[in-house]
Design a protein. Structure first.
Length: 209
């Protein structure tokens, strides 16, 4: 049971964070950086993204309560948001808006590890929403730890992808990267529809009470 939850959580976070897409963007942002700068920025980006997701995983539900947002409503919003990201992955537009007009190299930026790489490229709104939604569904401390472990594992995979960005691009090529992104987009779209359906069902029950 717990291993199935881990696999489900790992795949969901892996698809949403899209380490391969992040590696491709990282390569563009760090075009003129040294190997040492690439290693340092990769680690910092993953720590920032992972820390953000863990923060929302632990306190996200309390934040929703503070703002008077019900979990079913958040699930509906999260499902729509994830489906939007999946749509952009499928049709070749997965780059956050903030990056389109500002794809400068490392030498032109103060710190791309925090922004835009850590946030919003890796730990974007979709990943944050998914974290809150999955943590809200846990029924025990063991399940919560499984979700946290899945987040950490995805961040480790992302770190490896960032470190090996140049080699990944040479190995897969543009066509390979695009193919993988679109396959992940189909899986994410299916996951988004399920989250949206759960949210709508929860809203119906909430309104009936």
């Amino acid at each position: 049971m717990l291993h199935e939850l881990f696999l489900k959580a790992f795949m969901s976070f892996f698809i949403t964070a899209n380490p391969l897409g992040a590696a491709a963007m990282f390569l563009g942002l760090m075009a003129y950086a040294s190997a040492k700068e690439i290693r340092a920025s990769a680690l910092k980006a993953v720590l920032v993204a992972g820390g953000t997701l863990l923060l929302f995983g632990l306190f996200g539900e309390a934040i929703l309560v503070k703002f008077g947002i019900t979990l079913p409503a958040f699930r509906v919003a999260g499902g729509v948001l994830l489906f939007t990201i999946a749509y952009r992955m499928l049709f070749g537009n997965h780059t956050p808006e903030i990056l389109k007009d500002d794809q400068r190299s490392f030498s032109d930026r103060k710190d791309v590890a925090v922004f835009p790489l850590g946030i919003p490229l890796i730990a974007g709104p979709g990943c944050i929403s998914l974290t809150v939604i999955m943590m809200s569904k846990t029924e025990s401390s063991a399940e919560s730890l499984i979700i946290i472990a899945a987040i950490i594992c995805v961040m480790v995979v992302t770190w490896f992808c960032l470190r090996a960005a140049r080699r990944l691009q040479l190995f897969l090529g543009p066509s390979g990267m695009n193919l993988i992104t679109r396959i992940l987009g189909i899986l994410l779209a299916s996951r988004a529809v399920q989250i949206l359906a759960d949210g709508l069902q929860g809203l119906n029950l909430h309104m009936a009470m």
